[in-house]
Write a protein that binds this ligand. Sequence first.
Ligand code: F6P
Length: 375
Amino acid sequence: MPRTMRVGILTAGGDSPGLNAAIRGFGKSAMSTYGMEVVGFRDGFRGLAEDRRVRLDKGALSGILTVGGTILGTSRDKPHKMLVDGRVTDMTPVIVETYRKARLDALVCLGGGGTQKNALRLARAGLNVITLPKTIDNDVALTDATFGFATALEIATEAIDRLHSTAHSHHRIIVAEVMGHRAGWLTLGAGLAGGADVILIPEIPYRVEKIADAIRRRSRSGTNFSIVAVAEGARNVQDAAAFHAVEKRLAAAKEPAERDAAKAELIALDALHAGNTLRLAAELEALTGLESRVSILGYVQRGGTPSGVDRLLATRLGSAAADLVQAGRFGVMVAARADGTEPVPLEAVAGRRKPVPPDHGWVTAARHVGTCLGD
Ligand code: F6P
């Protein structure tokens, strides 16, 4: 009789609505359809390095479909650069050992862009890895969608809706900061759906004078309030040029020392960028004479019950991952493709992002309805 297959599962990176729905979708399909055993690992790759297992039987998967966060816990730890006893350590060999000790036939990793890279490293170390794309940022390459985004879009849209009445009543500018350091999908989507007057995203560097012009035009036509939706990572033209120059150096760097220096510069530029939303609001107040306020939507966007769209996406991606394990198809991410799914090689996904294209339909629609994009 063939041995029962044993599959490990973990969630890595920032949490995102739909993770539990995906764990359930994979686990139930693996157990009920294929008779596999499923073992969870706590707190992402750290749980794998420390061999912190949790048996996922049908009882453990019951009642989690609608629950936010992840029942497994998560972390941003990387297998090859993990802080252990105060020292950055390559834990890949230890992880390979845990995989062998746990007698796993495969490992399913749920995560965003960073997780795709980490999973590829483990695949290269000999593990049978499959990934699922999750993130509220919607910026994983080569998939139509990532779970978490649809829920966050609803939350951010509702927040922008609510800001309208208070901005209107006080004749104020309200600058709403939306999550997304490198990609503007969430800000653009929620800004469009919520009717923000200005939308600023990392992909389109802005000029503060352009934004002030748009707000002054609104005031002249009798509308003396404005909502500005700004992504965490949106930058003005000068700051964006400085940032992209370092990013280019990083991409071209051949020596590890050059790479490390460029990475350190990016971290320093990110640190300088912190507080940008507050500065932007102050600048707009000075330029327009309208009182300004800031609302940072923050982690509310990642919390709570997943939307129906995310539950559906997470369930079908999880279920497709079980099919791939059964078929012995490894080293792939399960991408969403229209109503179906498609395995995409991790080599093709890892290290790539999916920014908002400047000619994307959402950008065009925003311009057509008169939204200022700051350029
Ligand atoms: O990657 C998802 C995300 O929520 C980003 O939108 C946000 O910039 C980042 O995570 C926040 O990271 P952390 O949870 O580590 O503070």
